[in-house]
Design a binder for this molecule. Structure first.
Ligand code: CTP
Length: 402
């Protein structure tokens, strides 16, 4: 999945011949799962029609502060557009627009939107070779980068004038690739490795029966996605779960029993920077597993259980540099019990959910958590979807380890 998936991309198109390539650019952003809006300078409409770009982006395209053809003359709010965007890209960026951006001129909707944007702004210059080399253009390119904007350099090749040299806008595929790589390189968990347990465990009674629990694994899988979206390489050790995951940074390791989970975790643990145990691991397992299916008899059946190893505790006890996080599902004296677990298992933080809170727990799609750190600082969150809860957990960890 592209790092652009779910991102709001605002494309600013200015009046260069390379504007015809913005149709492909919009297609590529849409294909990567981004939401796209386009603003154009009035003159750029001579090079590509707003209809083409609105059809491809599935959003209206604006080039003026209000739409004259619209009888209600609705104001196109540049501030709103600027704040809407997660990323703004100006491509092609002509010498004229670059110069105006440098000086803070805002005589069109695109420039006013640029000045209002708080997100990272990328620009892909496109002009003839002598314009590109001109000292005033060089000043613009340098100043804009000093302001924090990110340049996607022009390439060399045949230009619209027929001359050959530097000034060609980077190809749409290369622009998207550049932005993806730039975002990835700046993610807060880039280069970090996370060990994560999820789901239930099944403890065999005989070849066809087991002791298990109702954990869906959803919370753990959402944590895996939230961490991977921030650049972490995730080793997801999961018990039997119907959850699916498709992310190049997530390695799924399927296990069945608490023993399998323990062994898989310790296989990876030394290399990890963070460990989060969200699995609902069975605390007990049958002492003897029957080789054959146990036959029904009239007498009562007693199965002797023995404790499983506490995976989280073993990670806490043997940690060197890792930041270790556990979960506590409690029904009473919640915070006191969670703090006891935090200390007993030598954790850096614990995520508490109380079964007394409606919507919390391991079977549904929502959760309500309190995160307690090793100094017993507490942070409580509202009832949220597990997707949002996962982001809160990962953001708290990022804040603690950075
Ligand atoms: N855990 C684990 N291995 C086990 C049991 C639990 O890794 N064998 C982890 C869970 O993934 C969770 C945390 O320990 O992160 C808390 O589990 P919980 O069942 O609430 O606590 P217990 O220590 O088992 O205590 P109790 O059941 O008595 O509340």
């Amino acid at each position: 999945m592209s790092v652009l998936h779910g991102k709001k991309v605002l494309l600013g198109v200015t009046a260069g011949i390379a504007a015809y390539k913005t149709a492909s650019l919009v297609r590529l952003f849409i294909k990567s799962g981004a939401e796209v809006k386009v603003v154009m300078t009035p003159a750029s409409k001579d090079f590509i029609t707003p209809l083409t770009l609105s059809t491809l982006s599935k959003n209206p395209v604006h080039s003026t502060f209000y739409d004259q053809e619209d009888e209600n003359e609705l104001w196109n709010n540049h501030v709103e557009l600027g704040l809407w965007a997660d990323i703004m890209l100006i491509a092609p960026a002509t010498a004229n627009t670059l110069s105006k951006m440098t000086n803070g001129t805002c005589d069109n909707l695109l420039l006013a939107t640029y000045l209002s944007a708080k997100c990272p702004v990328y620009f892909a210059p496109a002009m003839d070779l002598d314009m590109y080399k001109h000292p005033s253009t060089k000043v613009s390119l340098e100043s804009l980068q000093n302001f924090g904007n990110i340049m996607i350099p022009a390439t060399s090749g045949e230009l619209a004038s027929g001359l050959v040299g530097e000034g060609r806008m980077a190809e749409p595929e290369d622009i998207v690739d550049f932005i993806e790589k730039d975002i990835l390189s700046k993610l807060p968990l880039k280069g970090k490795k996370l060990l994560l347990t999820a789901g239930p465990t099944y403890e065999a009674i005989d070849p066809v029966r087991f002791i298990g629990n109702h954990s869906s694994g959803k919370m753990g899988f959402e944590i895996a996605k939230a961490a991977a979206n921030l650049g972490a390489e995730v080793f997801l050790v999961t018990g039997p779960s119907h959850q699916k995951v498709n992310h190049s940074l997530i390695h799924r390791i399927d296990v069945t029993s608490a023993k399998d989970m323990y062994e898989a975790c310790h296989q990876y643990y030394n290399d990890m920077d963070i460990a989060i145990c969200s699995a609902a691991v069975a605390d007990y397992r049958p002492k003897n597993v029957a080789d054959q299916k146990i036959k029904k008899k009239d007498a009562a059946l007693t199965i002797e259980l023995e404790p499983t190893k506490d995976i989280l505790k073993s990670l806490g006890e043997t940690k060197q540099h890792q930041f270790v996080v556990g979960f506590a599902l409690e029904t009473n004296d919640e915070k006191a019990n969670a703090k006891k677990k935090l200390e007993a298992k030598n954790l850096d933080a614990i995520v508490l959910n109380s079964l007394r809170d409606k919507g919390a727990g391991f079977a549904g799609d929502t959760n309500k958590i309190t995160i307690i750190d090793a100094d017993f600082n507490e942070k409580s969150f509202e009832l949220k979807s597990k997707t949002e809860v996962a982001k809160d957990i990962i953001n708290e960890i990022v804040a603690k380890i950075s």
